[in-house]
Structures are given as structure tokens and as C-alpha cells.
Design a binder for this molecule. Structure first.
Ligand code: PEP
Ligand code: MN
Length: 334
């Protein structure tokens, strides 16, 4: 249930109301927006009399929300959430490109890619240290050493870093990581999501290979319910019967998610298509569809990449994509 307060509600009135709601066993999330304060009532609201609430001086309207994702829902929080990663803002009209290799492979590789994507306008550097590979015989990532190398690249370039976590026990290694990625394969690892709810670092939550939009939002809810409001959603393609592409990019998820949630939504055209030549058109389409950012795989030598070479752009290709993406942004934003 959501209660929208009148603009003139005083802090004392709000505190009294919140105390009363809490005494009825409800959890109250307070969202202070630009124009309105909204209370999100979480718990068993069936025993709350809507007319009683409407009779209070400070209440403008009360609405039962049917979505099970209360914290992520736009009904409760009408303003866009803007996530600030070391000065790089994502959401609410702010757009960022996250770029870098699928996996961190060596110091030379990550520093080289970091310098070139920065030069081309990427705001954040990505790189996998712990890699979720289908085969146990494939390169599994440099693990702790990969994170060290990302931190070195961060120090040299000033770019915040994004890297994937696969197990909550690795969290101490992520202390200086700016954004923690939860990959598609772990979108419903609920114990991991609960642990990430206990921290305040931004979490980049990727949509699972075969998950619905509602399931993605419920996973975001797991993180938010634990107390971490800093969630960025990522559409990265879903599995369909189509085999020409690695996945099928569900672009309508972008405007749809913007309707359903206040959280920023970015698109990963690299994993969505699996093919470098399809990355540019899909990146442009995602920007046109209103995405708040992009995540693009870039490798200094895609032919020799230890992971996801076929979908990786060269730094030159990436620079071309980034340049065109900014033009699309100009065309679609007012
Ligand atoms: C990745 O970003 O490198 C990755 C493994 O992506 P996904 O979880 O979307 O497959
Ligand atoms: Mn990859």
C-alpha cells in the first residue's frame, strides 16, 4: 500500500503517522520526492482501513499496489533513481557507457583496453575476474589477481570499475570495486542477493537467461529489501528458439521497465547478440529505446581473447559505436 502525503505535511505529523503504522506491525519506507513525500507500507496491510487513512489531514491519497516488488516499483517511488558511481551518474537522464573486456587476462591487456575505452568516452571500466563459464575446462578468470589488475587500471585511469561476483564469500575482495555485477546465471541466487542487500555498493543486476521481467524485478527486490537501494538493471538478451544470435535482445524490456520501476536500466548488446558486427546496431537501438546506459565488451585483440572474443569490439570499433551512441542520445533526449 502506498500513501501519498500532502505537500504541507510537517515532519512531526509524518513521524506520528509512521510510528502509528509501525505499531500496527508494518514496515514503512519513506520516499521524499521533489514534490511529494510517499510512504510505502510493507507487510500485512489488509487490516488497515483505507478510509481511516484518508481521513487524516496529511494524506492526499492511498493506493493498494498489486505489484509484489514494492521497493522497486515506480508506484511507490515516482522519481527516477540516479546512481552515482564516483561522480558517474546513471539514470534520471544520465547515461553511461561501461566498457572493457569480458575477462581480465593480463596487466598489459586491461591497461591497454582501459586507456582506449576511456579515450573513446566510456565512463566505467568492466572486466571479469571470476568468470561463470559453461565448461569447467574453460578459462575461469584470474580471480583475486584479476581484481588487483582492475584496481591498478582504476588507479591509472581514474575509471570506476565493474566486476562480477559469483559467491558471497568473495565479498572481502570487492571492497574497492565500485559496482558489483550479478551475472545472468546468478540472478536468482537468492542467498547471494540477500548478502548484497546488506551493503550499500551499487549492484548491476543482469537479467537471467530465461527469466521474466517480473522475476528480474523480484530479484532487485531481494537486494532492496535488505536495505541496499542502489540497483542498476541490465537487459542482456534472453534465450529463445532463435539460434543465429547468442540470445534475443528484448529491447521492449527497456521502456517497460521504465514504466514499472524507478531503477536505471542499461543494455548489454554484446551478450545479447554474441556477434561483434551486431553490437553497433543494437547499441544504437538501445540508446534510442531510452536505456540509461550500455555495457559493451571491448578487447585489444578479440581474435586471441580467452572469453567471448566473437562478440568483442576492437577499441577502434568501440570508439565508432560510442560516437554514434552520443548522437542518438542527442536525438532522443530533450
Ligand atoms: C559478463 O558480463 O561477462 C557475463 C558473463 O554476462 P552474463 O551474465 O549476462 O552472461
Ligand atoms: Mn562475456
Amino acid at each position: 500500500m502506498v500513501a501519498v502525503l500532502k505537500p504541507g505535511a510537517t515532519q512531526q505529523q509524518i513521524d506520528n503517522l509512521v510510528a502509528w503504522l509501525k505499531s500496527r506491525g508494518l514496515d514503512v519506507h519513506i520516499s521524499v520526492g521533489r514534490y511529494r513525500t510517499i510512504l510505502g507500507l510493507i507487510g500485512d496491510t489488509s487490516q488497515i482501513d483505507i478510509d481511516l487513512l484518508l481521513g487524516l489531514d496529511i494524506i492526499e491519497s492511498v493506493k493498494r499496489i498489486s505489484e509484489p516488488f514494492k521497493s522497486a516499483s515506480r508506484t511507490f517511488h515516482p522519481d527516477d533513481t540516479v546512481i552515482d558511481v564516483a561522480g558517474r551518474k546513471i539514470g534520471g537522464g544520465h547515461f553511461q557507457i561501461i566498457a572493457g573486456p569480458c575477462s581480465v587476462e593480463s596487466e598489459e591487456q586491461i591497461l591497454n583496453v582501459a586507456e582506449s575505452v576511456k579515450e573513446a568516452g566510456a565512463g566505467l571500466l568492466r572486466g571479469g575476474a571470476f568468470k561463470p563459464r559453461t565448461s569447467p575446462y574453460d578459462f575461469q578468470g584470474l580471480r583475486a589477481e584479476g581484481i588487483e589488475l582492475l584496481l591498478e587500471a582504476k588507479k591509472r585511469t581514474g575509471m570506476p570499475i565493474v566486476t562480477e561476483i559469483m559467491d558471497a564469500s568473495h565479498l572481502p575482495l570487492f571492497e574497492e570495486v565500485d559496482v558489483i555485477q550479478v551475472g545472468a546465471r546468478n540472478m536468482q541466487n537468492f542467498e547471494l542477493l540477500k548478502e548484497l542487500g546488506k551493503i550499500r555498493k551499487p549492484i548491476l543486476l543482469k537479467r537471467g537467461l530465461a527469466n521474466t521481467i517480473k522475476e528480474l524485478l523480484m530479484s532487485a527486490e531481494y537486494i532492496m529489501a535488505g536495505g541496499n537501494p542502489n540497483v542498476i538493471l541490465c537487459e542482456r538478451g534472453i534465450r529463445t528458439f532463435e539460434t543465429y544470435t547468442r540470445n534475443t535482445l528484448d529491447l521492449s524490456a527497456v521502456p517497460l521497465l521504465h514504466e514499472l520501476t524507478h531503477l536505471p536500466v542499461i543494455v548489454d548488446p554484446s551478450h545479447a547478440t554474441g556477434q561483434a558486427r551486431l553490437v553497433r546496431p543494437m547499441a544504437l537501438a538501445a540508446a534510442a529505446a531510452g536505456a540509461d546506459g550500455l555495457m559493451i565488451e571491448v578487447h585489444n585483440n578479440p581474435l586471441c581473447a580467452l572469453c567471448d572474443g566473437p562478440q568483442s569490439l576492437t577499441p577502434e570499433q568501440f570508439a565508432d559505436v560510442a560516437r554514434r551512441v552520443w548522437k542518438i542520445r542527442e536525438a532522443v533526449t530533450e
